[in-house]
Design a protein around this ligand. Structure first.
Ligand code: SF4
Length: 264
């Protein structure tokens, strides 16, 4: 039996973590893997494209209502049987998002026995900083592979570099970098160089294509709505690379000046 992969995708907010996570989930489900996606973003947007645009209640919202939460309340089956879960966020101004994730996952583990049978669990982690709260899933052993999503622009790379610092600090290896293109000049080359210089590798270059946004707006993954598009093929290859990836390294981080040079 294959070892369960529990991956987290880190990266600057708004860089496309949720759409990458849901398209990878769909591609893996197409391949017959048992997949669960755990959306940790307060906007709940990682599962929505696997559920035909439907929003599901978040674990933290249900817990706040003090109701006895059952599996069917929080685990919703989407495209090709992908199990979708949304953690939800803390109440504005109170609490810690990272702590909330732990509370929610503990509840999920209690009520959902099938979590152990999954081949792949994807944590769609919020935010672009690796603060103590956001690395909580790693510290608690819930995640065994970390990926970073970036584009070739300076700010997402700056965030990616910071995430590398955070991962190194907690002694957690990085399994790869994914580039979600923003149509920057020499983008693939920039992100490939960055990946190599931190000691990692570029897993995929996802081109910027309108069809991804169009499918998302309609509540679908590209794999479901436009399976013959070329970008669907890119997600398929990325999914394959993730499922067969067995190497990871403790990333080094770059000096600010080198980062600037890379993007010049
Ligand atoms: S530790 Fe992180 S997640 Fe928790 S409150 Fe601070 S910034 Fe937010």
């Amino acid at each position: 039996m294959m070892e369960q992969k529990r991956i987290a995708i880190y990266g600057k907010g708004g860089i496309g973590k949720s759409s990458t996570a849901s398209n990878v989930a769909a591609a893996c489900a197409d391949e017959g893997y048992k997949v669960m996606i755990i959306g940790c973003d307060p906007k709940s947007d990682s599962s929505i494209t696997l559920l035909g645009g439907k929003r599901i209640p978040t674990i933290l919202d249900l817990l706040r209502q003090k109701i006895e939460v059952k599996e069917e309340d929080i685990v919703h089956e989407g495209y090709k049987g992908v199990k979708c879960v949304e953690v939800g966020g803390p109440e504005p101004g109170i609490g810690c998002a990272g702590r909330g994730i732990i509370v929610a996952i503990q509840k999920l583990k209690k009520v959902c026995k099938s979590i152990d049978d999954m081949d792949l669990i994807i944590y769609d982690v919020p935010g672009d900083i690796v603060c103590g709260g956001f690395v909580a899933p790693i510290r608690k052993g819930l995640v065994n592979e970390a990926y970073i999503l970036t584009s070739g622009e300076y700010m997402p790379l700056y965030a990616a570099n910071n995430i590398c610092k955070g991962l190194a600090k907690i002694d957690t290896p990085l399994s790869g970098i994914i580039c979600n293109s923003r149509s920057v000049t020499r983008e693939e080359e920039i992100v490939r160089k960055f990946s190599e210089e931190i000691g990692s590798k570029l897993m995929a270059f996802i081109p910027k294509e309108q069809i991804v946004q169009d499918c998302e707006r309609d509540g679908f993954s590209v794999l479901e709505k436009a399976p013959d598009s070329s970008v669907a093929g890119v997600y398929r290859e990325l999914a394959h690379s993730i499922m067969s990836n067995d190497s990871s390294v403790l990333p080094s981080s770059l000096e600010d000046e080198r980062l600037r040079e890379l993007t010049r």
